[in-house]
Design a protein around this ligand. Structure first.
Ligand code: BGC
Length: 345
């Protein structure tokens, strides 16, 4: 197996979208230059049968508009900013309020719905770079960002981010891949473990209340393996408000230190995924708002057909002073890595 590049489709205004496939000879991943979108990951099951373990589409069109952010690289500030605003040193910045005209979600979509430039493409790795203008979507500072996808020897998809801006700004990147280790159906029977003793409860607008709450004796407890569907329908305000899991978990371990933070397992295929990151949080999102439509290879996409583990700084960081902060000074480098590692047993 070798890396390859192919024309994947065209935007509605005729620009060509390319897909880059990288591989280590055992697993492979395909990334689009539009949105630096991780479109597929092919992984063998316990019998050696390979399937795509991500949710997405055969054609480009949905990737141009889908608000579910399938596979997208998300920046400059992933997740929500309450009131679409924040302050740095007392100066207020008003950014895109792309969610009901009230909150900013996923930085307004800038990094997810624009072209990135592919660089350093080889068998197992590809880098995409993007330049965001000073003031784009309301954020301060011209930013140079790059994301490198690498298929590791240990069957991981490593995603390495690097960014800096020429003014003080906030930086929070994530990847929005929906995983389904069975390669079909829904994910309610997947087992999941998250190394978090606490989570950040949210209000009806999905904005953190500021509380850091213990997961003990709540349906948010994933400290031991639990079937995702077990408690998802509980009469627990947090789950009712969000229509399922859509919450940030406060990861055990030091920010900046790479460690295993979550593991998912599908008992039928035997596929297992371990997530490593150096970030302080992870958003478990169970695809609560996915609209029913035809996905890859005729597969139906619908509510709970995949789950995201979006490694991140906690949501609404700059407006929540007790959360680990992600304000980066002019010229200061943001660097972070997340690995989704696969095996089968
Ligand atoms: C958010 C969800 C949102 C989804 C797609 C997730 O990161 O937490 O609330 O629906 O992204 O935009």
């Amino acid at each position: 197996m070798k890396s390859s590049k192919r024309l994947f489709g065209k935007t509605s205004d005729g620009r060509e979208v390319y897909a880059y496939t990288i591989t280590n000879g055992k697993i492979s991943a395909e990334i689009l230059d539009f949105g630096a979108t991780l479109r597929s990951i092919y992984v063998p099951d316990k019998n050696g049968n390979t399937a795509d373990v991500t949710v997405g589409y055969d054609d480009f069109a949905p990737y141009e508009t889908s608000t579910a952010y399938e596979g997208k690289t998300v920046g400059r500030y992933a997740n929500r900013l309450s009131g679409g605003r924040f302050e740095i040193d007392g100066r207020e910045y008003n950014v895109e309020k792309n969610e009901n005209g009230v909150t900013c979600l996923h930085g307004g979509g800038e990094f997810s719905f624009n072209f990135w430039k592919a660089e350093n493409f080889s068998d197992s790795t590809v880098t995409f770079s993007y330049e965001s203008e000073d003031g784009a979507f309301g954020f301060p500072g011209k930013m140079d960002a790059a994301v490198t996808f690498t298929v590791t020897e240990r069957n991981g998809i490593e995603i390495r981010y690097r960014a800096s801006a020429d003014k003080d700004t906030i930086i929070n990147f994530t990847n929005h891949t929906y995983f389904n280790l069975a390669g079909k159906g829904d994910i309610l029977c997947h087992l999941l473990k998250i190394n978090a003793n606490a989570f950040t409860p949210t209000d009806k607008m999905n904005i953190p209340t500021g509380e850091i709450k213990s997961v003990a004796s709540t349906p948010m407890d994933f400290r031991e393996f639990k079937v995702i569907g077990r408690d998802i329908g509980s009469d627990y305000e947090q789950l009712v408000n969000a229509g399922g899991y859509d919450h940030n978990f406060c990861l055990i371990g030091e920010k900046g230190q790479m460690r295993a933070v979550a593991e998912a397992y599908d008992t039928v295929s035997g596929r297992r995924m371990t997530v490593y990151t150096d970030l302080p949080g992870v958003q478990l999102y169970t695809g609560n708002f996915i609209e029913r439509r035809t996905g890859k290879g005729g597969r139906e996409n619908y509510k709970n057909c995949g789950f995201c583990l979006e490694t991140q700084y906690y949501p609404d960081t700059p407006n929540q002073k007790n959360f680990p902060q992600c304000t980066f000074r002019a010229g200061e480098e943001y660097k972070s890595a997340t690995v989704f590692e696969f095996s089968a047993d």
